[in-house]
Design a protein around this ligand. Structure first.
Ligand code: GLA
Length: 666
C-alpha cells in the first residue's frame, strides 16, 4: 500500500523539477499523476505539439524509482480550440452558454469536441506507448465537476432523441412508458422531444429521469473514446477515472465495465460542509465525517467490487468549501490510513506544492508555495513509511448496501419533502453498520449479491419483477434483507405500479404500504420498536402486514398504532421493512437485529467519529475526533501502528478482528 502525489511540472521552472522529484522519492512515494489540465501547454498553437517537457518529467520520475500516471488533457480545451469550434460549449436549461475561462467547458455530445478528443488522445497515447515509466492513465478529470454532466444544447437534443429511439423503438412505446396523456404531453414522434429546458412548472418525472440517464450515459460514451485509444496504444496500461464524493449526476456503475480502476477524490473537511444537510461540527471541520468519506470509499470499491485508489487526497486547507479550516494535527495521515482500511491500494495527495497562480492559490499542497514542507508533507511521509510494511488482500465485506443513481435521481425529482436527500437517508443505515465496525460494500442492485450475508436496500425506489426476483432468491437462500421507505414505490419508468407499494417486492416484504406521508418536525414522529420508543424524520409509511409481523408501530399522530416496521420470514432468510426514516437510535436497533440474525460479527456501538475498520485480518482504529479514545482489544491482538490509546485525529492498526474491539470504559 503506497502513497503518491499529483504534480504540475508545467507550473514551475524546469530547474526546480529535479529537486521536487527527489523530495517525492525521499518521502517514499510510488506514483506521480500529471497533465490533466495541460492542453494549452501540450498544443500552444493548433497542430504544434510540445510533449518533450512531459517526457522529461516522466523520465525524472522513472529515474527516481517512481511511476507516472498521465491524464488525457480534455477537461480544459485551449482558447484557440473554443474560438475555432464554439459549438463545443455547453448550455444551461435557459440557453445560457457556459463560456471559456474556467474548466470543463465542453459538451460530451459535441461531434467537433469528440473529434478533437480523438486527435489529442491519439497523439499522447502514441507518444508514450513505449515509455516504461507510465503505469497508466486517468481519463480527463472528474467528469461532471461544476455540474457539467447535464447540458441542454442542440447537440444534446439530437443525441437525446436518438437515445430515446434506441431505448423505446417507437414513439408509442415511449408515450406508454412515460405516461404522456398527463398535461397533454403526448408525443407524435421522437423529433418532438427536447431536452427538459426552462419551464413554468416542474417537468414530467419520467422524461426527467430519462434525461438524467441519457446525460450520464453521454459521459460514458465520451469516455470510451479515451479508453479505446489508450488501450490500442498500450493495453498494459491501466485506464482509470477520478470520480467525486457524494456526486449525484455521474453514475460510476455505468462506467465500471470500461475502466480498469476506479479512483476518487477525497476532501473530507470540504464534503462535511458543502454536500451534507446541517452544519458541520467542530471535529468535522477539522477531519470530516468518517461515515461520509467511508461510504464513498465503499461505493468506489463496490463499483467494480475490487480495490480502488484515492487519486486526490486532501493535503491541508482547501479553497472551495464555505470555510477553509486547517485540518486537525495528523488528519492528512488519518485520511490515508482510513482510505487503505476501506480498500484503497494507493493514496495520492492533491497537489505537490501550493500553486502561485490561478483559481486554486488558496489550496494547500504538501509543500508551501516556496517549496518548503507543509503540514501535509510530514503526514504523508510518515504514512508512506507505515503503509509500506503492509501488503493487504482486498476488503471482504459481509454486508452489501444497495445504491443506484436511478433511485437517487427519481427520489430527488419528487423528494416529497424539503429534507429528503438520498445520500443522507442511505448514510443513516450505513453509519449504523459502521458504528458496529461492520464493513459494507456499496453496490448496484444488479451486482452479484451472492457473497453477502446481509443486504441493506435504502429507498430501493424503482423496482421491476427481475430485481424483485433476484432479491427473493437471495433471501430464500438465507440472506437477511433490510428494505427502507419508498422501496418499490415506482416502476423503472418512474411511474406508480398499478398495485400498492412496495410493488413487486410485496411478496418478499409480506406487507403493503397503506399510506405514506412526509412529516416536518411539528408533527409526531415516534415509533415503538422492541419495547423502546424512537424518533424518526422526514418520511413515514403506514404498513398493512400480509404475512409479515409488525415489530414496530407508530406512536401518536394520525397513524397512531399503525405498523411502521415489519419482519417477514421468507425461505431461509428474513426481510425487515423499516417504514420510517429512522433517527440513529432506531437505525442502530434495526441494523443490530439484522446483523444478529445474519450472524455477522459486529462490535458494541462505537461513538460518533470513532470507527474500527477491518481489512485482511488487520483492524484500523480511526479517531476523527479531538478527544483521545482508549480501546480494548483481544489479548492476542498485535499492534502494528500505535496502541490502545488512539489520539485526536489519529489512526492505530492491530492484527485482529474489528468486532472484538471495545471502548475502554476506564
Ligand atoms: C478536484 C479537482 C482538482 C482540484 C481539487 C481541489 O478534486 O479534480 O483539479 O480542483 O478538486 O480540491
Amino acid at each position: 500500500m503506497t502513497v503518491g502525489v499529483c504534480y504540475f511540472p508545467e507550473h514551475w521552472p524546469r530547474e526546480r523539477w529535479e529537486r521536487d522529484v527527489e523530495q517525492m522519492a525521499e518521502a517514499g512515494f510510488s506514483y506521480v499523476r500529471m497533465a490533466e489540465f495541460s492542453w494549452s501547454r501540450i498544443e500552444p498553437e493548433p497542430g504544434e505539439i510540445e510533449l518533450s517537457w512531459l517526457e522529461e518529467a516522466v523520465s525524472l520520475i522513472g529515474d527516481h524509482g517512481m511511476e507516472a500516471v498521465l491524464c488525457t488533457p480534455t477537461a480544459t480545451p485551449p482558447k484557440w480550440l473554443v474560438d475555432k469550434e464554439p459549438g463545443i460549449l455547453q448550455e444551461e436549461p435557459d440557453g445560457t452558454t457556459r463560456q471559456y475561462g474556467s474548466r470543463r467547458h465542453y459538451c460530451f455530445n459535441s461531434p467537433e469536441y469528440r473529434e478533437q478528443t480523438r486527435r489529442i488522445v491519439s497523439v499522447m497515447a502514441e507518444r508514450f506507448a513505449d515509455n516504461p515509466h507510465v503505469a497508466g492513465w486517468q481519463t480527463d478529470n472528474e467528469y461532471g465537476c461544476h455540474e457539467t454532466i447535464r447540458c441542454w444544447c442542440d447537440d444534446c437534443a439530437a443525441a437525446f432523441r436518438e437515445w430515446l429511439s434506441d431505448a423505446y423503438g417507437d414513439v408509442e412505446s415511449l408515450n406508454e412508458a412515460w405516461g404522456t396523456t398527463f398535461w397533454s404531453q403526448h408525443l407524435r414522434s421522437f423529433d418532438e422531444v427536447d431536452p427538459p429546458r426552462h419551464t413554468a412548472a416542474e417537468h414530467h418525472p419520467s422524461r426527467l429521469l430519462d434525461y438524467y440517464r441519457f446525460s450520464a450515459e453521454s459521459a460514458v460514451d465520451y469516455n470510451a473514446i479515451h479508453t479505446e485509444l489508450l488501450r490500442e496504444a498500450n493495453d498494459d496500461w491501466f485506464v482509470a477515472h477520478n470520480f467525486m464524493g457524494d456526486f449525484d449526476s455521474c453514475d460510476v456503475y455505468r462506467f465500471a465495465d470500461d475502466l480498469d480502476l476506479i479512483t476518487w477524490d477525497s476532501y473530507p473537511t470540504g464534503f462535511a460542509q458543502d454536500r451534507r444537510p446541517g452544519a458541520a461540527s467542530a471535529d468535522e471541520l477539522r477531519a470530516g465525517d468518517p461515515d461520509q468519506v467511508g461510504m464513498n470509499h465503499d461505493l468506489y470499491r463496490g463499483a467494480k467490487q475490487q480495490p480502488f485508489w484515492v487519486m486526490e487526497q486532501q493535503p491541508g486547507d482547501v479553497n472551495w468549501p464555505p470555510y477553509a479550516p486547517q485540518p486537525g494535527e495528523g488528519a492528512m495521515r488519518l485520511w490515508a490510513h482510513h482510505a487503505v482500511a476501506h480498500g484503497a491500494d494507493e493514496v495520492l495527495y492533491f497537489r505537490w506544492r501550493r500553486c502561485r497562480e490561478g483559481q486554486e492559490q488558496y489550496h494547500a499542497g504538501l509543500r508551501k508555495q516556496d517549496g518548503s514542507p507543509d503540514r501535509g508533507y510530514r503526514d504523508a511521509d510518515r504514512t508512506a513509511t507505515e503503509l509500506a510494511e503492509l501488503d493487504l488482500d482486498p476488503v471482504d465485506a459481509d454486508v452489501a448496501v444497495l445504491h443506484d443513481y436511478d433511485n437517487l435521481w427519481a427520489t430527488s425529482i419528487q423528494p416529497h419533502a424539503p429534507d429528503w436527500e438520498y445520500w443522507t437517508h442511505m448514510r443513516q443505515y450505513y453509519a449504523a453498520l459502521r458504528a458496529r465496525s461492520v464493513q459494507a460494500d456499496v453496490v448496484h442492485p444488479d451486482w452479484d449479491l451472492s457473497g453477502y450475508d446481509a443486504i441493506v436496500a435504502p429507498a430501493l425506489h424503482l423496482v421491476d419483477e427481475e430485481l424483485a426476483g433476484a432479491l427473493e432468491s437471495r433471501v430464500e437462500d438465507g440472506a437477511e434483507l433490510l428494505l427502507t421507505v419508498r422501496s418499490g414505490a415506482k416502476d423503472t419508468s418512474n411511474k406508480l405500479p398499478d398495485v400498492p407499494a412496495p410493488g413487486p417486492l410485496a411478496d418478499l416484504v409480506g406487507a403493503t404500504v397503506d399510506q405514506h406521508e412526509s412529516v416536518p418536525e411539528q408533527l409526531d414522529r415516534r415509533v415503538s420498536y422492541d419495547g423502546e420508543t424512537y424518533g424518526y424524520r422526514t418520511f413515514a409509511e403506514w404498513l398493512a402486514p400480509d404475512g409479515a409481523t409488525a415489530v414496530g408501530s407508530h406512536v401518536g399522530g394520525v397513524g397512531d398504532g399503525r405498523a411502521a416496521v415489519t419482519e417477514h420470514e421468507f425461505g431461509a432468510g428474513h426481510v425487515t421493512y423499516c417504514g420510517v426514516w429512522p433517527e440513529s437510535g432506531l437505525a442502530d436497533a434495526v441494523v443490530a437485529d439484522m446483523l444478529e440474525r445474519a450472524d455477522v460479527p459486529h462490535s458494541e456501538r462505537l461513538p460518533t467519529g470513532v470507527r474500527a475498520t477491518q481489512r485482511d485480518g488487520y483492524t484500523w482504529v480511526t479517531n476523527f475526533t479531538s478527544d483521545p479514545v482508549a480501546v480494548t482489544v483481544p489479548d492476542d491482538a498485535r499492534w502494528l501502528v500505535g496502541g490502545e490509546t488512539v489520539g485526536a485525529f489519529d489512526a492505530a492498526v492491530y492484527e485482529g478482528a474489528a468486532a472484538d474491539l471495545s471502548l475502554d470504559q476506564r
